[in-house]
Design a protein. Structure first.
Length: 172
């Protein structure tokens, strides 16, 4: 199980450049050469949407617990969206946030964010990829969900997810 975060450390490893300790991805050298696994679980998602994880067998998609999908913030060192700079109203609402483990000690700008998708109406979903590889039929299994939720919380902690994400997802 590999992720796009593994590309940078793989390239650094290939060119014999030291991989920074705070880089979250892993070099794929052993995976490519000997099919060695590099992780048991993968965390993924889209800003303001479901937070998802998989162990290769199950996909767990945790939805926001409230329709308003709050609290939700942007954290950045550069006040720009994909297609333009922050609006004046966004900058007026900005506050400085304490550094994350991956910001090299720099505080970030924290601004209220708008979700780009409607995740709440779909609810939290669990899929069994062995029986349903197309993820068409969600299942209900509280034992599996509890185990995956514990791993999700650990992965989020390891990634230094903002504390309000746990509130937004009903994990506190």
């Amino acid at each position: 199980m590999v992720q796009t975060i593994d590309l940078a450390p793989t390239l650094l490893d290939y060119f014999q450049v030291v991989i920074p300790e705070d880089m979250q991805g892993k070099s794929l050298k052993g995976t490519v050469e000997k099919d060695e696994p590099i992780r048991k679980y993968a965390l993924f998602g889209i800003h303001g949407g479901h937070v998802n994880m998989t162990d290769g067998r199950y996909v767990y998609m945790r939805a926001p617990v409230e329709p308003e999908n709050r609290p939700l913030y942007n954290y950045t060192l550069m006040p720009a969206h994909m297609r333009g700079l922050f609006k004046e109203s966004e900058l007026l609402a900005m506050e400085l946030a304490e550094p994350f483990s991956f910001t090299k000690g720099f505080k970030t700008m924290k601004t209220p964010a708008q979700a780009r998708s409607e995740a709440h109406p779909f609810g939290t979903l669990l899929f069994d990829l062995e029986r349903d590889p197309g993820q068409l039929y969600p299942i209900k299994d509280s034992d599996i969900e509890v185990g995956l939720l514990e791993e999700m919380a650990r992965l989020m902690k390891d990634a230094d997810a903002p504390s309000e994400q746990y509130e937004r997802l009903g994990m506190i």
